[in-house]
Design a protein around this ligand. Structure first.
Ligand code: TPP
Ligand code: MG
Length: 589
């Protein structure tokens, strides 16, 4: 111990402090410069480590884990292009407010701009996508430097999990020797070679062991409202003729489900629950006095009545018809956002309430007294009529989402890809009083990293993991499938293969001659080979019954199965349109 090298010491302090500050897991991508960080994290008992080889997939895996747990996942990579491969996941973490801690190993300052191998300018590589960037101090066995290091790490975790959670980038300059050998090797020209003086570790226990808990305990207050502002809100809600609560995408339901249900009961406002809101599914659905609406994406076009008060939580809803409906309502719209962010791109919202969502919902619920009224009745009837009408009439791609939700065991993690899967879930995922944790990457809506994010989410939960993805999204992240075996995740991967991007049928470009080759981009890939490569079970079906059977079998068995559902995007587009017309026709009054 007394001859420990300075990088080993640095790595151990970093791992120790991160663990004490609340980081429970780290995803490590191999490389040389990051050796001290990797060795220390791998050997730290309090940190669960995952080894993934491709930094892009590794970062999305870390993102998924952090999404599922709400706690920050650390990521470690070497210098050079490695950290650029973290970038897509960093962007998604920023936009969807997921805590990540990026530790990127770097060359020491004297090697910057020198032509040294694998040396790039890593400073602020992620720009504004991170909540904080900082270069850590260079390793040195000195008390003050170690205290500075621990303070920086504890604060970094506090920032990543703070008022607006998100990624934090710590660049870590490291000088050779990087491997965990004791120092003391003769150094050329008398340059220090990283030896830690004998006795340093024994004499500097505060720096080496830190404090009992985090070196700096970050305590953050909750944002609330003044009595006058609360009275004002209560009055607006109580005097509303008609009103709704809108819950947009969030990774953990915000407000907490109980508070939201209380607010719905007290106000008589129905709840439009985005499939990624944490509110679409759960015990509160069907409970007395709570109307959770899930079919709005389809039936709002048939509803003339509009609300005059809207209370909005979470990010902007996935459903465009819902966003348009709210915009045309002319309602007083309160956007509740504890971080004071603006996530309402029609710019028709009238009030920004900067306060904790659960606090706001609970506080309102305790004060408001209002009867539901005819508007709520109208929505409740539409919701019931809609599900009756579409049952069994879903287009084949929509039916996959209907069945994926209905047959999911009570307590399932369901991850949905962007493009049509999340939209079909919005339209065909019927609210259910079951514990379904539904996640997606809606922050920046990329179709990269979907599989890895899902597997990362599945790695921390004992409930079954279901991923429903499109074929292009599946193709994008086939590397991510390595995590199945390497990180021991069981999953049911449902790939809706319509041979290209079915979503482009929704765009006017469909009518243009370039549509097939440059937009829908059929690829003709046989994904069975991908399953074979990663040693996964594979099955293909083209009909609803076949899917239901394969899905049930997969959920009842261990291991990971890839279920490919072959569909025709043209036909699905036509079927969606026809069904939509029927819904509007039958639900208009
Ligand atoms: C990284 C990235 N590249 C491109 C896009 C644009 N994009 C959105 S949806 C889509 C097609 C997705 O196809 P698929 O996953 O098969 O789903 P489908 O549209 O067929 O439902 C594309 C290319 C994107 N969102 N993200
Ligand atoms: Mg597709």
């Amino acid at each position: 111990m007394t001859e420990m090298n300075v990088n080993t010491l640095w790595g151990e302090v970093i791992a120790d402090e991160l663990s004490k500050a609340g980081v429970e897991a780290a995803v490590l991508a191999p490389g040389s410069r990051s050796t001290p960080l990797t060795v220390a994290a791998a050997e730290h008992e309090g940190i669960e480590t995952y080894s993934l080889l491709d930094e892009r997939s590794a970062a999305f895996f870390a993102l998924g884990r952090a999404k599922r747990t709400g706690t920050p996942t650390a990521l470690v990579c070497t210098s050079g292009t490695a950290l650029a491969n973290f970038h897509p996941a960093v962007i998604e973490a920023d936009r969807s407010r997921v805590p990540l801690l990026l530790l990127t190993a770097d060359r020491p300052p004297e090697l910057q701009d020198s032509g040294a191998n694998q040396t790039i300018d890593q400073e602020r590589l992620y720009g504004d996508a991170v909540r904080q960037y900082r270069k850590l101090p260079e390793p040195e066995p000195a008390d003050r430097k170690l205290r500075s290091l621990r303070t920086a790490l504890a604060r970094a975790v506090g920032t990543a999990t703070g008022g607006e959670p998100g990624p934090v980038h710590l660049d870590v300059p490291l000088r050779k020797p990087l491997e965990p050998t004791a120092g003391g090797k003769a150094a050329p020209l008398g340059v220090p070679d990283g030896a830690v003086p004998g006795g340093f570790v024994d004499d500097h226990s505060l720096a080496v062991e830190g404090r009992e808990g985090s070196f700096v305990e970050v305590t953050r207050g909750q944002s609330t409202l003044s009595a006058a502002d609360r009275r004002n809100l209560v009055e607006v809600i109580e005097t509303a003729d008609s009103g709704v609560v809108v819950c947009g995408p969030t990774d953990r339901s915000a407000p907490a489900v109980d508070a939201l249900a209380e607010l719905a009961r007290a106000s008589g406002f129905p709840v439009f629950a985005d499939p990624l809101s944490g509110i679409r599914f759960g015990g509160h659905v069907d409970s007395d006095g709570v109307t959770v609406c899930g079919g709005y994406d389809s039936y709002l076009a048939a509803i003339e009545a509009t609300p005059d008060v809207v209370v909005r939580f979470g990010a902007s809803p996935t459903s465009k018809p819902l966003r348009n409906y709210l915009a045309r309502s002319g309602a007083r719209q309160f956007v509740v956002d504890p971080a004071g962010g603006w996530r309402e791109a029609t710019f028709t919202a009238t009030d920004l309430v900067v306060a904790d969502e659960t606090w706001v919902a609970s506080d309102l619920a305790a004060r408001v007294e209002r009867e539901p009224g005819p508007y709520a009745d109208r929505l409740r009837e539409a919701e019931a009529a809609y599900w009756q009408l579409v049952a069994g009439a879903e287009p084949e791609e929509g039916a996959v989402l209907t069945d994926a939700v209905e047959a999911a065991p009570d307590s399932t993690t369901l991850f949905v890809s962007n493009s049509m899967p999340v939209r079909d879930l919005d339209r065909f995922g019927r609210p259910r009083p079951a514990d379904l944790t539904v996640l997606g990457n809606r922050g920046a809506s990329g179709i990269d990293g979907i599989t890895s994010t899902a597997l990362g989410a599945g790695s921390v939960s004992d409930d079954p993991l279901v991923l429903v993805t499109g074929d292009l999204a599946y193709y994008h992240d086939m590397n991510g499938l390595l995590a199945v075996g390497r990180c021991d995740v069981d999953a049911t991967v449902v790939c809706i293969n319509n041979d290209g991007g079915g979503i482009f049928h929704l765009l006017p470009i469909e009518a243009h001659g370039t549509f097939e080759e440059w937009f829908r981009t059929p690829h003709g890939l046989d994904f069975e080979h991908s399953a074979e490569l990663y040693d996964l079970e594979f099955a293909r079906t083209g009909d609803r019954e076949g899917f239901r059977e394969l899905y049930a079998d997969s959920l009842a068995s261990d291991g990971t199965q890839v279920i490919e559902v072959r569909t025709d995007s043209d036909r699905n587009h036509a079927d969606r349109t026809a069904l939509q017309e029927r819904v509007v026709e039958e639900l208009s009054q």
